[in-house]
Structures are given as C-alpha cells and as structure tokens.
Design a protein around this ligand. Structure first.
Ligand code: PBG
Length: 326
C-alpha cells in the first residue's frame, strides 16, 4: 500500500496538524430569552439548561458568557398574552421592555454583538410571524410592520437585525427603512432558508408563541426542498443582507453547504431548540456523552460551511474550550 491514511491519525500532535476545521467560541451566538420584571430566572422544561431571564439576571448571564469568551447574543422577548394583538403593536411601544433592555445591555457591555428578532409572533395574538386576515398570512401588509419593528430595534442599539419571518421582500424593505432613518451601520442577519420545522417546539414553549391556528407552511420552507434555498439566498443577497442563515442546522447540513458555495457572504446556522433538546435528553439518560457529542454536533455544522453558529450550547462549548478539552 502506497497510501495509508491512518498515518495522519497516528498521534494527537499529527491529528492536530491535519485537522481541517476548528470552531472557536467567538463564532458562536448565544440565544437569550428575556421576560419583563425583576429577579426572574425561570427554567424551560423542554430545554433544560436554558432560562427565561429578567434583565437583572440576563446581565449576569451576559457577564458570565463574556468571561467564557462568548461575545455575541440574540435576544428574544417573552411577551404577556394581554400585550399581544393582531398588529403586534407592542413591538414598537415606547415602553417595550425588550427595546429598553437592549439599550441597557449595550450601555453596560458596548463590546457585545447584540442581535434582534424581527417577526410578529412574540407580539401577535394569532401567534404568526405575519399579519393574519381570514386565516391567510398577508405578505405585503406585514412588511411595514417589520420595517417599523426593525427601526425601533436599531434605535434601541441592536447591532444586527434578525428578520425571522420569511415574508417576501422583507430584507429590501427593512434595509431601506433602516437607511432612511439613519441606521445604515446596522446589519441584517437574514433567516434566509428557514424551514417549517418540527424542531422549534421548545422555543415556542419558551415564548408561548405557537400559532393559535394553522401552521407556518405558507411562509417557512418545505423541509423537502434544497434548491429553493438558493432562490432565497440570491434574493437576500440582492436585497442587502449582511449574513445569510440556515435554520435548523443539523438536519440541513446540505443546505448550509450549498449556501456556502453559492454566496460570498458569511453563512450562519441556527442549531435550534429541538436539536439541542434531543441531545440534552439523550445525555441526561446517559445514552450519549455530552462532552463529546455536543462538540461533534457543533463541529459538523461548522464543517458543512457555517461561519457562525447560534446555539443554546454556546457557554458549554466555550467552557470546554477554556478547559482545553477540545
Ligand atoms: C420566530 C422564531 C422561531 C425561532 C426563532 N425565531 C420559531 C418559529 O418560527 O416558530 C426558533 C428557534 C429555536 O427553535 O431555537 N420567528
């Protein structure tokens, strides 16, 4: 045999030399759930290890994450049912606790990258990402609502705006709204290929944001489709997105790989709540070993082509990294 691939696996030093991908904690974004109030740190039963925090506890969580080397966060609001309405008006209310919290976070930790979520669902009495009329999710009528939401978030100090709604034309609409209001430096992390996935369950438990009627299949993508993601990617790029994202991540590695090939923009992947929950559950039963299975999962997402990974395991990964266990 002239070729013996095992020679390159002979020792730790050799394996380290030939390792093709390395995921650094700086490439991770930690999702955080914010509730109004004080002194609240509430467990989410379907997503062990992740909490709903009031701002005081959230600031502590950010401080701890920074010490571990996590410097990027995406913030989601848990909104009380009485504040929800058909037009998601609370999203731009001057008293909105989510916007006020962003200001305080950026004030206290100006160095962090803080990303928002743009979609109507946390504020909508219908639980949909767009405006609902007679059971239909309206596209063009939703855009101005998203535009206003994005401007309010930029004004609050978010570094990146994260449209997760999958309405057509939203990136252009949001980009123009931001520029018109003088926020040309605010970036857009687009949920480019967001699938109508069953793996968002724990997230919807956390936010209590499940659709009241129907599903999200007329706007989120069909999990069976791969090439369609390229249409979305091309449009987002033309419309001015700064980063393209695939969601979920682990079940869509082919789509991540395709987007990486097709675009020169940075590619992000959202390792979603259900994907994290599966692993946590298996590890809690001792069916899998967390310290090896979790980094393998994240490395696979990176290997497929994601430059940036949103994951509920960001702190766990950073801790192992700091301990020299990776
Ligand atoms: C809502 C939104 C969802 C997630 C992020 N933004 C859920 C949905 O579309 O129903 C899911 C994230 C996760 O599961 O971790 N616009």
């Amino acid at each position: 045999m002239l070729q013996r691939p095992r020679r390159n696996r002979k020792s730790i030093a050799i394996r380290n030399l030939v390792r093709e991908t390395r995921l650094h904690p700086e490439q991770l974004i930690l999702p955080l759930f914010l509730v109004d109030g004080n002194g609240i740190k509430q467990a989410i039963p379907s997503l062990p290890g992740t909490f709903r925090f009031s701002l005081d506890h959230l600031l502590i969580e950010i401080e701890e994450s920074l010490k571990l080397g996590i410097q990027s966060f995406i913030l989601f609001p848990v909104v009380d049912e009485p504040l929800k309405d058909k037009l998601a008006t609370y999203a731009i209310d001057p008293t909105n606790f989510y916007l006020k919290a962003a200001e305080k976070i950026k004030d206290r930790f100006p160095e962090v990258m803080l990303c928002s979520d743009v979609a109507m669902d946390p504020y909508s009495s219908d639980g949909h990402d767009g405006l609902v009329r007679n059971g239909e999710i309206l596209n063009d009528q939703t855009l101005p609502i998203l535009g206003e939401m994005a401007v309010a978030q930029a004004r609050a100090g978010f570094d990146w705006i994260g449209p997760s709604d999958m309405m057509d034309g939203r990136i252009k609409f949001i980009r123009e709204a931001l520029d018109f209001e003088g926020f040309s430096e605010t970036g857009i992390l687009s949920y480019t290929a967001k699938y109508a996935s069953a793996f968002y369950g724990p997230f919807r438990d956390a936010l209590d944001s499940a659709p009241k009627e129907g599903d999200k299949k007329t706007y989120q993508m069909d999990p069976a489709n791969r090439r369609e993601a390229l249409i979305e990617a091309e449009l987002d790029e033309l419309e001015g997105a700064d980063v393209l994202m695939v969601k979920p991540a682990l079940h869509y590695l082919d789509v991540i790989s395709d987007l990486k090939e097709a675009s020169t923009l940075p590619i992000a992947a959202y390792h979603v709540s259900g994907e994290c929950a599966m692993l946590t559950a298996a590890c809690a039963n001792d069916w899998l070993d967390f310290e090896t299975a979790m980094p393998e999962a994240l490395t696979s997402i990176h290997r497929a082509g994601a430059d940036i990974i949103l994951t509920y395991f960001a702190k766990d990964y950073a801790k192992l990294f700091q301990e020299g266990k990776l």
